[in-house]
Design a binder for this molecule. Structure first.
Ligand code: TYD
Length: 140
């Protein structure tokens, strides 16, 4: 699995603004480059708690700070970077084979995730050492 953190890009979404507020529309194949089979969101995250801490073997995701802010640590086994998300009209696309951690949630933050596949336990790699082996081509 040769994906790198540099394959994980910030995608600008649209924003239609009027006096009564904003709306952002996410459409598979138009502003997100994969079919969306599942949507979930993280909320009511207690102060100081982290989420994520895993990689996926085949899943593409678009991560959006629908409200508030948080950081996403991306790790491809060689390079790491932290992306701060704080705008509902931008999304971070995370490709398969990237270890991610979600950190520094602001109070009331909502992390919206659009995912390319159904939930499958065997798509997860939850141990970082297993992830490093996976990146070196060792079956986990
Ligand atoms: P998990 O992916 O570990 O959350 P995070 O990485 O954000 O900390 O999921 C938390 C729990 O929710 C875990 O028991 C699996 C379950 N879950 C589902 O049943 N379906 C899903 O689509 C997702 C994303 C999680």
């Amino acid at each position: 699995m040769k994906s790198s953190i540099y394959d994980c890009t910030i995608l600008p979404l649209n924003k239609i603004h009027n006096r009564a507020g904003n709306i952002t529309i996410v459409e598979a194949g138009i502003n997100v480059p994969f079919d969306v089979k599942r949507i979930y969101y993280l909320y009511d995250i207690p102060g100081g708690e982290d989420r994520g801490g895993h990689a996926h073997k085949g899943l593409f995701q678009l991560i959006v700070a629908a409200s508030g802010s948080f950081d996403v640590l991306l790790d491809d086994g060689i390079n790491k970077k932290i992306v701060s998300l704080n705008r509902p009209d931008y999304g971070l696309m995370v490709v398969p084979g990237i270890w991610r951690e979600l950190l520094e949630f602001s109070s009331g933050a909502i992390c919206l995730v659009l995912a390319s596949e159904e939930y499958r336990v065997d798509d997860y790699i939850r141990v970082h050492e297993d992830f490093l082996n996976y990146k070196m081509g060792i079956e986990v």
